[in-house]
Ligand binder design. Sequence first.
Ligand SMILES: [Zn+2]
Length: 349
Amino acid sequence: MDKTILTLPGDMPGLCYSLTVLRFQGSDPKAPKAYLQAALHGNELPGVAALHVLIPRLQAAEAEGRLRGSVTVVPFANPIGLNQFQWDDHQGRFFYGSRTNFNRAFALIDRPDPALLTDDADGVSCDRRLKATLQKLALDADLVLDLHCDNEGPNYLYMPAELWPHSADLAAVLDCGAVLTFEGGTDASFDEAAFRPHLAAGGFERRVVATVELKGIHDVGPDTAEKDGEGLYRFLVGRGVITDAAATPVGPFTGKGVPQSYVEMIRAPVGGMAFFHVKPGDVVRAGQLVAELIPVPGDPASVVPVHAVAPGLVLTRVLARAIRVGDDLVKIVGDERSATAKDGGALES
Ligand SMILES: [Zn+2]
């Protein structure tokens, strides 16, 4: 294992960030290359926990001559967001300097040429330098996994529609509750930016690019880390990156794989305290009560019920119970396109 610590200058004198990059050298240049990063949103740690389990297994495979494809791992992909706090609250999603989401506004290039990624240069703000650096690290990988998490929910994936269902093995090993595919743009998220340079060349069966949502932000611990780390390991074995005859073969994926436009985002019509009546994994019918919002405690007449618009699977639920107008409450995966689906763009801000 080669460990490199890259230095990213901050935007004022006196501050720099360290980005640790781990490289594992494969023995077969024709084998697929893999790139995995976690915590692009700073404090989303389930992926970091899975990598904590995976990294020693990659070291063992490399030492024992079982690593065929080269693997690059960036366990904390966003040292800027990792260090953003406001008083006691972590704020890892948006860069304080510009309010830009750390997983949006990546450079979209149409071929895998690192010379097209020029933002890792003097005179560029640190968040843009970081994005260009991560894109370069992932540029020649066949398998690109960007490990995130949601508020509350099961494992699930986002990926370009072109890669589905060829990538069902990833959904199967991670026991995903759903796979959401996107066509066109997602506001230049990392997965879109990592896939775009390879779009013209085709050859999609060998390629996997996914945003991997590993459960909820509080699902960080030894049991989930072991399960997810083992799942990622089996995925790499199944794809021929690692040789391991003892690894459990990848089974079929039995969950839903649908366009992300099938997701109904249930939003809060008023602010207040939320009482939820559904949880992730529940299957709801059209009109079923999802939540009650309570702006005036003690006044039953003030309670605003929120119902499911269409039938579907409750995929995720917001962690907060203090809710503002317009906040996302739950994502429900339906059986057809949502009447409120946007044409293009990311599902969330
Ligand atoms: Zn995230």
